[in-house]
Design a protein around this ligand. Structure first.
Ligand SMILES: Nc1ncnc2c1ncn2[C@@H]1O[C@H](COP(=O)(O)OP(=O)(O)OP(=O)(O)O)[C@@H](O)[C@H]1O
Ligand SMILES: [Mg+2]
Length: 620
């Protein structure tokens, strides 16, 4: 609750307004209920003495006084007046209830919006390493499920709670005012009702938690299946997935049926109790009315019962609100925990204007966190790396899959911080630089090209919104992408769909190359995609890279060794260690790991060639 109250403080004016409007709504409801008494008095044309028949009760006296003023105009006219009066109070009541609801709706929407904005911002500010130890799915469920649950259970409950407390406060005040004894009697009965009703709802709550979890599991299954639709179809696993889903759905439905049974049960139970109390009041109240010295006139007694009946819904609301708040506590804590996680360092440190001498790794070791989820010590991914990339030079990094190439590249952008040793940029540790200014000087073409559902131009200009169309086109030309972009239906304004699904792998890569080029980075990091491109796309991507690399400081991670033979230095990484380095020529002559990798790739290529000709022959 503290979390919510703190967030609510920013909106205290609106919150206060809500309380005031809700109070006015209740006051007018009470006024309407009280006018009923006067109606009755008029109908039965009671003897009016001018206001002192009921000693000690201000409300009763005030009403009597009003009545005596009116009755002089005749019963008919007075009735009309009362009708209008009741209509007016009723309208006012509705008006204030409406205004209170509108105020609250705005407040709720803004609270939820702020929470959503904060979570989104947080998810981006969290260091990349956060997602090594936490599942991305948790963040997503925070964003989806928890926000909805928060609105339903916490904000809703808070609204009901305030509403109920305000209503009950005024109703009880009024009831006490009308008759203290009778109200005392009612208050004694109340705990009994609360106890019975809450014991029914408690069980209901326990089940509904399970219900939610099972429901979420179904959604997760749907999501998973849609993500893996191609695989499901490819392995003809539709029946299998259907069976799995139905099994979960059956259990979910059984639970739903039983929950509904309980809900239907809850209402008659509380109804019975409510009626029991009303009958009790009727009995006790009538006795008081009959003894005229108790200050309770028949009309006031009717008003009393009306007010009491009006008080039952807020009383119910209060118990539900309290149980909802308890239920929402978990969700509140999860959201709060997420929002209080450590962020990446903010602005500060040396601004990187331009690269002067180069980058150097000094005895760098790295692992993804110290221990994994089960408490086991994680292995070193990089082990004692020493490497220099002087300004204007290009270093190629090769090695088998999982040897740590992408990880090494990520350290330069400070997506992760080194575990041991240090990385120097122009002789200064990377940590000394302002992280944003460092990243703005680095262009990254990542292994898995990341495009967003937006236009081609917007995708190229990501993070550089001030880029002109001319600059974007220029970058696209360098990346060998201009021609295919012009062939798209709307050229640079074509929307490329989710993750750029409407483009081929080679086209996606060339767009991300254009993106890196547009920034005119001092340091370029290219992590070649492993996805096999056809020879034509590969050639185009290759040409693009060659144009881009001219005269730049770059780290190129290469999978196709044929493409890197001309680089200044080739570094071979195996299991996180540098096992060889040198030019293509030297390494081939040395006959070590590099030459082995080259030979393996050549055999692969030959095999493919051989199989192809073989098939061709067979076809002939
Ligand atoms: N986010 C991560 N969390 C935990 N371990 C990781 C993470 N990313 C990579 N690893 C592990 O670190 C090791 C090196 O991975 P990395 O991606 O750097 O290899 P790579 O050389 O780029 O491989 P590839 O050629 O397949 O791209 C692997 O064993 C991998 O399982
Ligand atoms: Mg990689």
């Amino acid at each position: 609750m503290k979390f919510t109250v703190r967030r609510l403080k920013r909106h205290w004016v609106r919150a206060l307004l809500f309380v005031v409007l809700a109070s006015l709504g209740v006051l007018f409801t009470i006024a309407t209920a009280l006018s009923v008494a006067d109606f009755l008095k008029l109908l039965f044309n009671d003897n009016v003495s001018g206001g002192d028949s009921v000693p000690g009760n201000l409300v009763a006296r005030a009403l009597e006084w009003l009545y005596s003023r009116l009755i002089v105009y005749g019963t008919g006219k007075a009735l009309v007046f009362f009708s209008l009066f009741v209509l007016a109070t009723y309208t006012m009541k509705n008006l204030f209830c409406y205004l209170a609801a509108v105020t609250m709706a705005r407040l709720r929407c803004h609270l939820v919006k702020e929470l959503r904005d904060d979570l989104f911002d947080k998810s981006l500010r969290m260091p990349v390493g956060y997602y090594v130890t936490h599942r991305k799915g948790d963040m997503l469920s925070r964003f989806g499920g928890d926000i909805i649950e928060y609105e339903e259970n916490v904000i809703n409950a808070l609204q009901s709670f305030v509403n109920a407390v305000v209503s009950m406060f005024f109703y009880l005040l009024m009831l006490f005012y009308i008759n203290v004894k009778l109200t005392g009697f009612v208050l004694c009965m109340l705990p009994l009702i609360v106890f019975v009703v809450s014991s029914v709802t408690r069980r209901l709550r326990r089940n509904s938690v399970e219900l939610q979890e099972r429901g979420a599991r179904l959604t997760a299954m749907m999501e998973e299946s849609l993500t893996g639709l191609k695989i499901i179809k490819a392995y003809t696993a539709i029946d299998y997935f259907n069976r799995q889903f139905r099994k979960q759905d059956d259990a979910y439905t059984r639970l739903r049926v039983s929950v509904f049974r309980r809900i239907d049960m809850a209402s008659p139970v509380s109804d019975f109790l409510g009626n029991g109390i009303v009958i009790g009041i009727l009995l006790f109240g009538s006795m008081l009315v009959m003894r005229s010295d108790q200050g309770l006139t028949p009309e006031l007694f009717v008003s009393y019962i009306t007010l009491f009946v009006l008080m039952i819904p807020p009383a119910k609301e209060l118990t539900t609100a309290i149980s909802q708040m308890k239920k929402g506590r978990g969700c509140e804590e999860r959201l709060q925990g997420m929002l209080e996680e450590d962020e990446e360092p903010g602005p500060g440190g040396v601004a990187l204007e331009a690269l002067r001498s180069g980058i150097a790794f000094r005895h760098v070791s790295f692992r993804y966190g110290d221990v994994d989820a089960s408490g086991a010590v994680r292995p070193w991914v990089l082990d004692d790396i020493n490497l220099s990339i002087p300004k204007g030079r290009q270093v190629a990094l090769v090695g088998s899959s999982g040897s740590g190439k992408s990880t090494l590249a990520d350290l330069i952008s400070r997506f992760y911080d080194v575990s041991q040793g240090e990385i120097l940029l122009d002789g200064r540790p990377l940590r000394d630089y302002d992280i944003a200014s460092l990243r703005s000087r680095i262009g990254v073409v990542a292994q898995d090209t990341m495009l967003f559902n937006d236009t081609v131009a917007a995708n190229i200009a990501y993070g550089y919104p001030q880029a002109t169309r001319r600059q974007i086109e220029q970058a696209a030309r360098v990346a060998n992408a201009h021609e295919f972009i012009m062939r798209l239906p709307d050229g640079y304004d074509t929307n490329i769909g989710d993750h750029g699904d409407t483009l081929s792998g080679g086209q996606r890569q060339r767009i991300s190359i254009a993106r890196a080029v547009l920034h005119q980075p001092d340091i370029l990091i290219l992590d070649e995609a492993t996805s096999a491109l056809d020879t034509e796309s590969e050639r185009q991507v290759q040409q693009a890279l060659e144009q881009v690399l001219q005269g730049r400081t770059a780290l190129i991670i290469a999978h196709r060794l044929s493409t890197i033979s001309r680089f200044d230095e080739i570094v071979v990484l195996e299991e996180g260690r540098i096992v060889e380095r040198g030019s293509h020529h030297d390494l081939m002559a040395a006959g070590g790991r590099y030459s082995e990798l080259v030979r393996l790739q050549q055999t692969d290529a030959d095999t493919t060639l051989f199989t192809a000709t073989d098939t061709d022959k067979a076809l002939e």
